[in-house]
Design a protein around this ligand. Structure first.
Ligand SMILES: NC(=O)c1ccc[n+]([C@@H]2O[C@H](COP(=O)([O-])OP(=O)(O)OC[C@H]3O[C@@H](n4cnc5c(N)ncnc54)[C@H](O)[C@@H]3O)[C@@H](O)[C@H]2O)c1
Length: 261
């Protein structure tokens, strides 16, 4: 029986860890990558403790060379397959734009956009060589409308949205399905201590497991009717639907109200 292979970045914690555990439970060969070595070791213990298969590697997604090396190592142990890449690693800084350290603005662009582009470049030959492969990018409900106090983060997720839409059209010709998963706020370290108007209005209702379930379900969907964007949870689904039909002035007014402190 063929064992399918999934590579996941940012797998040491939060959504990446939950996704790695979920794929491992379903019998996939998991390649787990992160800059956090201790977190990866704890994940590997959990997967192996449940008789799952995992290969870990330290990977800073901003480093294109490390991407090439880590994926080559994983594909070597997975029998030449890369069925799914989950571009999950991300960073967030919240607060007023002008008072945010420029280095933190830069880091969000480097990791959330540069890291995803690097991943797409490095994974392409492996995905193209694996029939039925899927690329999953972690987008966010903050790519529906620009978010005050999350301006650069939100902008990076608009970039992920654009990249996903473009590659979905470009790569279907070589048989790679491309999709984006869109959670609203999720209970992970990323949002701990975050005080924004949107969190105050909408709360933090999703768990990392909710997002992992959506990723696994989206990967398992058929190809006949291509769906590109997968909102996670009722709030994100309602917001995405509203954004499709509301006129621009109404979208702005709703976002102004929801994000007010
Ligand atoms: N938490 C939320 O509310 C939320 C909502 C929507 C989308 N997302 C997206 O989901 C993804 C995962 O977020 P999370 O909430 O699990 O965050 P998290 O902070 O819990 O985990 C992020 C992981 O990424 C790793 N990481 C950070 N920089 C890295 C780098 N340069 N190279 C490799 N790994 C790196 C961290 O070590 C950590 O293990 C991100 O892309 C995030 O933008 C999160």
């Amino acid at each position: 029986m063929t064992v399918r292979a999934v590579a996941i970045t940012g797998a040491a914690a939060g959504i990446g860890r939950a996704t790695a555990l979920r794929f491992a439970r379903d019998g996939w060969s998991v390649g787990a990558f992160d800059v956090d070595e201790a977190g990866l070791a704890s994940l590997a213990d959990a997967i192996r403790g449940a008789a799952g298969s995992v290969h870990t590697g330290v990977l800073d997604v901003t480093d294109a060379g490390q991407w090439r090396e880590r994926l080559a190592e994983f594909v070597e142990v997975s029998g030449g397959r890369l069925d799914v890449l989950v571009n999950n690693a991300g960073v967030l800084a919240s607060g007023p734009f002008a008072q945010t350290d420029p280095a933190r603005h830069r880091a969000m662009i480097d990791v959330n956009v540069g890291g995803v582009v690097n991943g797409c470049v490095a994974a392409y030959p492996h995905l193209a060589a694996t029939p039925g492969s899927v690329l999953v990018n972690l987008c966010s409900a903050s790519a529906i409308y620009g978010q005050p106090d999350l301006a650069t983060y939100s902008a990076t997720k608009f970039a992920v949205r654009g990249l996903t839409e473009a590659l979905e059209l470009e790569w279907r010709t070589v048989g790679i399905r491309v999709l984006a998963v869109w959670p609203l706020f999720v209970q992970t370290a990323m949002v701990e201590g975050m005080h924004t108007g949107a969190v105050a209005s909408l709360g933090v209702r999703l768990t990392a497991d909710d997002v992992a379930d959506e990723i696994v379900s989206a990967v398992g969907k058929g190809r006949r009717l291509p769906t590109v964007h997968y909102p996670v949870g009722r709030q994100a689904r309602a917001m995405m639907l509203a954004s499709r039909f509301a006129p621009a002035w109404l979208s702005r007014a709703i976002n102004s109200r929801l994000t007010r402190m």
